[in-house]
Design a protein around this ligand. Sequence first.
Ligand code: ZN
Length: 138
Amino acid sequence: MKSYRKELWFQVPTRRAFINITGDVEQCLAESGISEGLVLVNAMHITASVFINDDESGLHHDYEKWLEKLAPHEPVSQYRHNVGEDNADAHMKRQIMGREVVVAVTGGRLDFGTWERIFYGEFDGRRKKRVLVKIIGE
Ligand code: ZN
């Protein structure tokens, strides 16, 4: 069995963003030389997510509105976590959108369902953060 590991780094200039990282993961898969196996992609921070869905800007706008309704950033004083920080909402948004995805690798390609793409969800940006890509197989 072969094994591959790489960290992808992001520095998002805004507090929140959704970034399509499918191409980065495909690049990792090509580097790994693995054609049958599994790829795990996970955010290495508790205020960011990795998730799979449609690359459609209307949907991303809807996510932003929905997440802000569930866990509004302001007023920051509403959260007990926000003693000396202001990112309680980011922890909650991360919880809803998830930590990681696993995608099957078949014939050297990511074996996606229809319209599936991989996204990095940033909820407390403006600093350097990492995503882990781990691929196992042969
Ligand atoms: Zn925090």
